[in-house]
Design a protein around this ligand. Structure first.
Ligand SMILES: Cc1cc2nc3c(=O)[nH]c(=O)nc-3n(C[C@H](O)[C@H](O)[C@H](O)COP(=O)(O)OP(=O)(O)OC[C@H]3O[C@@H](n4cnc5c(N)ncnc54)[C@H](O)[C@@H]3O)c2cc1C
Length: 535
């Protein structure tokens, strides 16, 4: 395959020439650098390039014009701006959907520093994509689950839709699997997985790791922002640290297309990128991360917290941080349940979301996550309709998101409405909503549901006190819930000494990324105090 491209687009020929020279000097061994001075030149190049564009870098005007013609969702976007314009460009970064600003003229390593991480991120996600090809029907629920799993774990793969073109049939014939149960996953090694479940796939890709020890100072259950923060702080402060995540690190935040209110990212950061960076940081400090691996049971053995894992093994920790967050609440109508994965999706379902390009998309919910979802889909869907129970979006959504939604021409909001039924045989064709006492049918093939979430802590077996919705009590709230010691529980400590809760799973948490990160890191300080008290 040809090298992927870096496309430089700048209206000033001299700047363009020096940009190309510098990028070629830095990256010509991996990328091919091409350039154009205006939007027509860029569109012309894009028509002819046969390899993907990893990055488009140029002045704000040209990039803005390119953006208004095409999506470039898969490329990293960097704006080059003179120092005097940097503040203005920063304000426009969301609108331009750009990742970084580099000041021109650049000096020393400033260009390299601005683009290097982005190019590495792109490579990590896009290279080796051909080593895994999944073939199946677009609306099949099991294929959806596998695609979602691979996408959330950043495993590059190519999806071939049997209902589109003849490539899928050819690939299956070639592998001697014309009549095989679907989906089929073909690997570069030459073998195939027929209708695998997530465990089979994770095994085949060697994603199932096993703990290297039996005992750890600290075991963390859940790899969302809270668990990842606890892992970074625990490992960096010398504790032997194990993090167990049942699905994909990043948790709910990992499914967010853009987190705009997390400190230090003025232009927002995608949840996937934040999770990837946090994971790299945690493992660099020596934390062990088992993902995917589910904790199925907690038992107490003296001071040790013993955790059973889904693969039949168990590990023990002197201290435990529970950071299991919350799980999407499902809609209960039977017709919706039957079409889950076949047009009805929970959360942003980022692997499917791109299939919704040019479609009429429905988003259910009115919290910030629904608002972010709607704005994300609005970039490529023909229209987005939000179904909202409340009378006003602002009752439940942050003002900055409600403002953006109101300003978006392709998003409409149906207030005081709820979904009552889904229609479709094999896949979603339409929904019925009840709106101000009338039932209305809306044609759609994509329904994304963001109706809130709740903790799922059956694995704790009732050993740790929780409120009636399952959120874990900590600190003062835990004191009256069977706390056994004469000292008071520390403020993130649960009703069992040495068990801490951090993030969304905690009774009274603020349900924000920053809150989870703060609590995860604070919990580690309390773990130190706890360990000192028992040794
Ligand atoms: C779409 C969306 C957009 C959002 N946008 C923003 C935003 O812009 N700004 C903001 O501040 N907040 C945002 N939030 C909220 C934010 O993501 C959450 O507050 C945050 O992720 C909570 O982190 P957490 O670590 O407590 O839990 P979670 O993120 O829920 O992570 C918990 C993890 O625990 C794992 N787990 C659960 N049970 C087990 C088990 N038994 N064994 C092993 N692992 C287990 C789960 O798989 C999950 O990965 C958004 C949420 C969503 C859904």
């Amino acid at each position: 395959m040809e090298k992927p491209f870096i496309l430089a687009a700048h209206g000033d020929r001299l700047v363009l020439a020096s940009l190309r020279t510098e990028l070629e000097r830095l990256y010509s061994n991996v990328f091919k650098v091409v350039g154009a001075t205006d939007v027509h030149g860029v569109l012309d190049l894009l028509d002819h390039l046969r390899s993907p564009v990893a990055m488009i870098i140029g002045d704000a005007t040209t990039i803005g014009e390119v953006r208004s013609h095409i999506g470039l969702e898969a490329s990293k976007v960097v704006i080059v701006a003179p120092y005097s314009d940097v503040a203005t460009v920063h304000q426009r970064l969301t609108e331009l959907d750009a990742h970084e600003v580099v000041v021109s003229p650049w000096s020393g390593d400033s260009l390299h520093d601005g683009v290097d991480d982005l190019l590495n991120d792109w490579l990590a996600l896009h290279t080796a994509g051909e080593s895994l090809v999944m073939i199946g029907h677009r609306w099949a629920r099991d294929a959806h689950e596998l695609r979602d799993f691979l996408g959330r774990n950043h495993v590059p793969f190519r999806w071939v839709d049997l209902d589109h073109g003849d490539e899928g049939v050819r690939l299956l014939d070639g592998a001697g699997l014309s009549d095989a149960k679907l989906p089929v996953v073909l690997r570069a090694e030459g073998d195939a997985l027929v209708a695998p479940n997530i465990d089979d796939l994770a095994d085949a890709l060697s994603m199932h790791h096993h703990p290297t020890r039996q005992y750890y100072d600290l075991v963390i259950v859940g790899g969302g922002p809270a668990g990842l923060a606890a892992a970074v702080y625990g490992a960096s402060e010398g504790l032997s640290t194990l993090l167990v995540e049942r699905d994909a690190v990043g948790g709910q935040a990992g499914t967010s297309s853009k987190i705009e209110n997390y400190l230090g990212f003025p232009n927002g950061v995608s949840g996937a990128e934040l999770a990837e960076r946090a994971l790299a940081q945690a493992t660099r400090f020596g934390a062990e991360v088992l993902a995917p691996q589910e904790v199925t049971k907690l038992s107490l053995d003296g001071r040790y917290k013993v955790l059973d894992l889904a693969d039949g093994r168990s590990v023990s920790g002197a201290a435990l941080v529970v950071a299991t967050g919350v799980t999407y609440r499902e809609m209960h109508a039977e017709s919706l349940r039957a079409l889950t994965g076949a047009g009805v999706f929970y959360g942003a379902a980022t692997t499917e979301a791109l299939d919704a390009a040019g479609e009429d998309v429905i988003v259910v919910g009115s919290a910030n996550s629904a608002g972010q979802g709607a704005l994300y889909f609005a970039k490529f869907a023909r229209s987005v309709t939000m179904i909202v129970k409340a009378a006003d979006l602002r009752e439940t959504m942050s003002a900055y998101l409600a403002d953006q939604i109101e300003a978006s021409p392709s998003i409409s909001v149906r207030v005081q409405s709820r979904v009552v039924e889904a229609h479709g045989e094999d896949s979603l064709e339409a929904i019925s909503i009840e709106t101000k006492s009338k039932v209305v049918r809306l044609e759609t093939r994509f329904l994304f549901v963001f109706i809130g979430a709740e903790p799922r802590n059956e694995w704790l077996g009732g050993l740790v006190a929780a409120d009636d919705r399952g959120y874990l009590y900590t600190g003062r709230d835990a004191k009256n819930e069977g706390w056994p010691l004469s000292r008071d529980p520390m403020h993130l400590e649960c009703s069992v000494p040495g068990v801490f809760a951090a993030g969304d799973v905690r009774h009274g948490s603020i349900r924000r990324v920053a809150g989870g990160v703060g609590e995860g890191s604070t919990a580690v300080q309390l773990v130190h105090r706890y360990l000192a008290s028992v040794h």
